[in-house]
Write a protein that binds this ligand. Structure first.
Ligand SMILES: [Zn+2]
Length: 226
């Protein structure tokens, strides 16, 4: 799944009740495009004339650049909630993820069977993250009798038309549709009809790994549920 504001808010509210006795006032919730952190707690820190530090404007932001499981995404929100708790109540820790942070994290992990960490696991990037500047392509991969794997990169205006008629072509045993920003597709021929080219294995892998699989649902092209 990919973070949404609703998911962050719901997760915050649920674990605020369960883990923090509802002691955390709702911060702002935001989505980020960070490639460094899954989650981040932002705040304003102002030194007053009396020399005290006043913290305010807390924002809990999560990155839309990564594909996480629901459990992992919840753990990211809880991780940031521990930071928030420590900041909000002015508790002292030995470092950003110091003894206090780790003690709270370990306690929650043990008591609630969570897997909160202080290191970001290696996770796949979302389609959005993989799309820096390239062109969007729609490409069919088909298992074709007497040919093997074939591909047809098609104009976006023809995707639905073709998806609805591919089953009528006898030699096509099965097909899949992908949206991809892969530069490997920038220079291949784009077709407007049922013309499939022989698909080299590297191209198939590129499309499968970096593309977003789509499917036909009624009269619409929709992302395939993972
Ligand atoms: Zn942290």
């Amino acid at each position: 799944m990919i973070f949404t504001i609703d998911f962050i808010r719901d997760t915050f509210e649920r674990f605020n009740r369960l883990l923090f006795q509802s002691s955390l006032p709702a911060p702002r919730f935001a989505l980020s495009r960070s490639r460094q952190n899954f989650g981040m707690l932002r705040l304003k820190s102002i030194r007053t004339i009396t020399g005290k530090t006043k913290k305010s404007d807390y924002t809990l932001a999560c990155s839309v650049m990564y594909e996480l499981t629901r459990e992992e995404a919840e753990d990211v929100v809880i991780h940031e909630m521990i930071h928030y708790y420590i900041e909000l109540y002015g508790l002292r820790d030995t470092s950003t993820h110091g003894q206090l942070f780790r003690a709270m994290m370990d306690m929650i992990n043990a008591a609630y069977h969570r897997h909160i960490t202080i290191t970001a696991p290696d996770k796949p990037l979302t389609a959005e993250a993989k799309a820096p500047s390239g062109r969007l392509h729609f490409v069919f991969l088909a298992d074709i009798e007497g040919m093997g794997m074939g591909y047809a990169a098609v104009a976006s205006t023809r995707v639905l038309y073709m998806a609805r008629r591919l089953h009528l072509i006898p030699r096509i045993r099965s097909w899949r549709l992908f949206a991809s920003y892969s530069p490997a597709l920038d220079n291949v021929p784009h077709v407007r009809s049922f013309k499939f080219y022989d698909a080299p294995p590297e191209l198939v892998r590129e499309i499968e790994n970096k593309g977003e699989e789509l499917g036909l649902q009624g009269d619409r092209i929709v992302p395939k549920k993972r």
